[in-house]
Design a protein around this ligand. Structure first.
Ligand code: GDP
Length: 525
């Protein structure tokens, strides 16, 4: 197969949802179709459940699961599908944001009874920022659900995107009879408890009597009415409006019952974008370009504490990646060869010789990579879109074992490279502040420092509101600001100036008094 064909057959995406909406179940069913797994239950939820007693072994176990399910690739009908997993727990939202920079499209699972939930809204904001095309799967139709029109309105309002249903449910809960697939013009009947996937009945004309025979007169009347309404209210499905992320096609089904999943997959494969161009600071890079390039969007520590090795997840943006070939680590300006890059196929990892745009390869790493690093065939490219967000929670981190200060420094450094949290160093007194999105990270850091680096840390409270990255064309004003606010100035990991505002009021005051300075809550603007 030629290079271009290899790219064209790739579909790299993520499933996102609020916890419990059915992401894991849907992932698993997609993998079952792909023949990538053979039994239900093979995909472990990567949910980090915080138990009352903070069971750290549990967190460790779950970290293991999350590496195993980070990327799941499979072959289906000539396509190479790569599903990128995202942590459901909101404390790990930043992980999810970064993963979304490596996908070309997204499937959003929504619980039919609960509708759009908080986490889904947040994640959708990231998709919107990046113009990522989304398909919505309304799940759990076998349970008593909200009215489908209400659900669609809710999706439009809450996720701020136009919708276009491509399937329509017939009843819900105990009366759920199936869906009419508007994309294929066929009827799929639901048989609860029966997990085999039936072929749909082709019904081109919904006035066909066949419909009455299949689902009863009452249901077919209602379906005809509703479909008429659907056609009246929602514009025809157009590939372009899906691809430019202005309209989200919607499917209804039940992942647990394997219902509606195949239709979702078939439609997804037909319409979802192939590997898209990637924006580097220098220029736009097309997937079809011959020279290899990619970026690291995730780093995972090895699960074996005796080996300090980590796995860097590299998204291939252009060209063919080959094993044992010299590539340039752009930030370090040095050439590197990778002798054991791994591919992720659903249930196993294996060493590969080559990979294509859209694929993710795992590179064993002993500390060379940071999140956001680019690797190329020589060109100095810096891929954009991996901003740091202002953390929500801050604490001073202090060394609790003077004999182990080196280990602590190294541990903190590496954990920050992995993106577990952000480190800010005060320009005033050199104290180190850790910023996180969720409280759980502080415990994870403490635990991992101890177990992987034999270092102990303790935290001290600090009252901070936001970390702001500064930008100004007025150098004089900026310098003046930094001098006056020295007490509140810090450097981030990359040496950038950060203003640590201790309250919304203080930030407002600074904004009012220093009009030529922009205060940003993300590091990329
Ligand atoms: P995640 O947190 O989004 O990954 O959600 P899971 O896939 O773990 O699902 C959460 C719960 O909902 C599990 O108990 C699933 O068995 C259940 N579930 C998933 N899909 C369906 C469905 O279509 N119908 C019903 N009744 N339950 C479902």
């Amino acid at each position: 197969m030629g290079f271009k064909e290899e790219i064209k057959r790739r579909r790299t995406f993520a499933i996102i949802s609020h916890p419990d909406a059915g992401k894991t179940t849907l992932t698993e069913k997609l993998l079952l179709f792909g023949g990538a797994i053979h039994v239900a239950g093979a995909v472990k939820s990567n949910k980090i459940k915080k138990t009352a007693t903070s069971d750290f072994m549990e967190i460790e176990k779950q970290r293991g699961i999350s590496v195993a399910t980070s990327v799941m690739g499979f072959e289906y009908d000539g396509y190479k599908v790569n599903i990128l997993d995202t942590p459901g727990h909101q404390d790990f939202a930043e992980d999810t944001f970064r993963t979304l920079t490596a996908v070309d499209s997204v499937i959003i699972a929504v619980d039919a009874a609960k509708g759009v939930e908080a986490q889904t809204r947040k994640l959708m904001e990231v998709c919107r920022m990046r113009n990522t095309p989304v398909i919505v799967f309304i799940n759990k139709m076998d349970r008593p659900s909200k009215d489908p029109f209400d659900l669609l309105d809710e999706v439009e309002e809450e996720l701020k995107i136009k919708v276009r249903p491509l399937s329509w449910p017939i009843g819900n809960g105990p009366d759920f009879k199936g869906v009419y697939n508007l994309f294929e013009k066929s009827l799929y009947l639901f048989d609860p408890g029966k997990q085999v996937v039936e072929e749909g009945v082709s019904i081109e004309d919904i006035n066909d009597n066949q419909l009455d025979t299949d689902i009863g007169e009452e249901s077919s009347e209602l379906l005809r009415e509703e479909l008429e309404l659907v056609e009246g209210v929602y514009p025809e499905f157009e590939m372009d409006s899906y691809r430019d992320a202005s309209v989200a096609p919607v499917f209804f089904g039940s992942a647990l019952n394997n219902f509606g999943v195949r239709e979702l997959l078939h439609c997804f494969l037909k319409i979802a974008p192939t590997p898209q161009p990637s924006q580097a600071e220098e220029r736009m890079v097309n997937a079809e370009e011959e020279k290899f390039s990619g970026f690291v969007f995730k780093i995972h520590a090895n699960m074996d504490p005796n080996h300090r090795n980590r796995l860097a997840f590299l998204k291939i943006c252009s060209g063919k990646f080959e094993r044992n070939t010299n590539y340039k680590h752009v930030r370090l300006g040095k050439n590197m060869k990778f002798s054991s890059p791994t591919a992720f196929m659903a249930d196993k990892k294996s060493i590969i010789d080559e990979a294509y745009p859209g694929d993710i390869v795992g590179l064993p790493d002993s500390g060379n990579f940071k999140i956001g690093d680019s690797v190329t065939q020589g060109e100095d490219l810096h891929y954009k879109g991996l901003p740091s967000f202002s953390p929500e929670l801050f604490r001073y981190i202090e060394n609790a074992d003077p004999m182990k200060s080196k280990q602590l420094a190294k541990g903190i450094d590496q954990l920050m490279d992995e993106g577990v949290a952000q480190l800010f160093t005060s320009q005033f007194n050199g104290r180190k502040v850790i910023g996180t999105v969720g409280a759980l990270q502080f415990e994870v850091i403490q635990y991992r420092l101890l177990h992987e680096y034999s270092a102990s840390c303790r935290y001290e409270p600090i009252n901070l509101y936001k970390a702001c990255w500064l930008k100004s064309d007025n150098k004089e004003q900026l310098d003046d600001f930094k001098k006056r606010k020295l007490q509140y100035m810090a450097k981030d990991k990359y040496g950038r100036d950060v203003f640590m505002a201790d309250s919304a009021y203080m930030l407002q005051l600074a904004q009012d008094n220093f009009k030529d300075i922009e205060f940003h809550f993300t590091s990329e603007f």
